[in-house]
Design a protein around this ligand. Structure first.
Ligand code: ADP
Length: 492
């Protein structure tokens, strides 16, 4: 296998920056394959080289396989890192890389096809007698059959797009009478969003927790797990806050789930970083799916286990990473990640776009920031509104929660609204603090986003004062924006 000297990055935003950093530390050059809407971004400034692969719409740039491959080849890259989202779990893209003689930094095409596809994954798990959520994933897709199967499973039932992902393409069926219409609408939506109308059914678990295991297959195919994360804080099935390790597992449950995670990964001949997702309800766990890529929330695992997953990915792809016998990891302390979205928390999460003003990411031991934009960059409506991730580590969960709240209160982002006030309220909720939250936590307690109140606005003046001190001391660029309140970061 050829060695890696230059890595093309088929992604954008904070994950592109994360990959650039890992490459730099390994002494590798980087080429950012970007759309013409992403010229104002940190990754664009940090990459060794940049190549525009198309206009803003993702179909014409970040999801365009040949544009990415052609640009990577033209740049002289030896490998491509797909990040997460976009083409990261696309087996055709991995195959196209292989065909073009480029190393795909991720699992093999075969492993993506087997484990990344929800249907073949379930078939494999079933064959191996691994615990799956009761459901139906048969080839008979007539509505009559699907309704009859839903009745057999027993309502509530969730209908999902076989080719879906990112929390999209799911509908909840609560009775026979509404099932037909909802299944038909799920099929239509699935066809338009994912190019296939195939759906499947699962028993809906109404008070479950989302627990996942980081798995990693080294260059020899030896699969280990790097412990678990809990991602039960979700809005519309999308994660907002993640932590490692889960506060909900006993040692015995953790051991059993880890064993299942490693078994399925080994059966799928997994190499590189991946995640095995589970739902846990009433102390019983069920396999949900495998994500055949780096996960957004990978930093919390890195913090508690003490690894660099992106470097491990690159080294594994270069056939240069083998777990030794002494590499058994024991997680230490507790890490939390909050996803920072450009949205208005007081307007039920309405996306917020605009030019980023002054940002302050407050320094401190074991506070980590992964962000994709600098002052003066523009947040557009073209892409996912996640603009940054804040990660903290502390010796135990209560202290990590306190630290995250303090850290978020000290973060300053002018120019766009962010969900920071919302995150703080969630972290402070008794159900989050005691670790009892389920995937319906947001629906139950924050169904209308955040209400403006004295309580959740009270720390604002302190941040404003800090902003003034910093800019008048000349310690930070004065924003081109004259009044920060005009561009309040928290929707006041
Ligand atoms: P995607 O691939 O779109 O991310 P997943 O199947 O991984 O979809 O599910 C995402 C989230 O949706 C889960 O974390 C959970 O909150 C919810 N969910 C999925 N399946 C079920 C189910 N059978 N019962 C209850 N909640 C579910």
């Amino acid at each position: 296998m050829k060695s890696i000297h230059r890595v093309a990055i088929a992604n954008r935003g904070e994950v592109a920056v994360r990959i650039i950093r890992a490459c730099e530390e390994l002494g590798l050059e980087t080429v950012l394959l970007h759309s013409d809407a992403d010229i104002d971004s940190r990754a664009y400034r940090l990459a060794t080289k940049t190549i525009c692969i198309g206009p803003a719409p993702t179909a014409q740039s970040y999801l365009n396989i040949s544009a990415n491959i052609d640009a990577a080849l033209a740049s002289g890259a030896d490998a491509i890192h797909p990040g997460f989202g976009f083409l990261s779990e696309n087996a055709d893209f991995a195959q196209a890389c292989e065909d073009a003689g480029l190393i795909f930094i991720g699992p093999s095409v075969e492993a993506i096809r087997t484990l990344g596809d929800k249907m073949t994954f379930k078939a494999l798990a079933k064959k191996a007698n691994l615990p799956l959520i009761p459901g139906y994933e048969g080839s008979d897709q007539s509505v009559e059959t699907l309704v009859a199967e839903a009745e057999k499973i027993g309502f509530p039932v969730i209908v999902k797009a076989a080719a879906g992902g990112g929390g999209r393409g799911m509908k909840l069926l609560t009775s026979s009478s509404e099932a037909k219409d909802l299944i038909e609408s799920a099929q239509r939506e699935s066809l338009s969003a994912f190019g296939s109308e195939k759906v499947f059914l699962e028993k809906y678990l109404g008070h479950a927790k989302h627990i996942e295991f980081q798995i990693f297959g080294d260059s020899t195919g030896h699969v280990v797990h790097l412990f678990d994360r809990e991602c039960s804080v979700q809005r519309r099935h999308q994660k907002i806050i993640e932590e490692a390790t889960s506060p909900s597992l006993t040692d015995e449950l953790r051991r059993q789930m880890a064993e299942v995670a490693c078994t399925i990964a080994t059966l799928g001949k997994y190499k590189n970083a991946g995640t095995v997702e589970f739902l846990l309800q009433d102390n019983k766990f069920y396999l949900l799916e495998v994500n055949t890529r780096l996960q957004v929330e990978h930093p919390v695992t890195e913090e508690v286990v003490g690894v660099d997953l992106v470097k491990m990915q690159i080294l594994t792809a270069a056939n240069n990473f083998v777990f030794g016998n002494k590499d058994i990891r024991i997680p230490k302390g507790h890490a939390i990640e909050c996803r920072v979205y450009a949205e208005d928390p007081f307007m039920n999460g309405m996306p917020s776009t605009g030019k980023i003003g002054t940002q302050i990411w407050p320094e401190g031991p074991r506070r980590r920031y992964e962000y994709g934009f600098d002052e003066g960059d523009t947040i557009t409506a073209h892409y996912d509104p996640m603009i940054a991730k804040v990660i903290v580590w502390d010796e135990n969960r209560p202290r990590a929660i306190q630290k995250m709240i303090r850290t978020l209160k000290d973060c300053v982002i002018f120019g766009v609204h962010t969900n920071i006030p919302y995150l703080i309220e969630i972290l402070d909720h008794p159900d989050f603090r005691d670790g009892s939250m389920t995937t319906r936590f947001i629906e139950k307690h924050f169904s209308e986003g955040l209400q403006k109140s004295e309580e959740n606005l009270k720390w604002a003046p302190q941040v404003y004062k800090k902003y003034l001190e910093v800019s008048s001391s000349g310690g930070h660029h004065q924003s081109s924006i004259s009044s920060p309140w005009q561009f309040s970061w928290r929707g006041i």
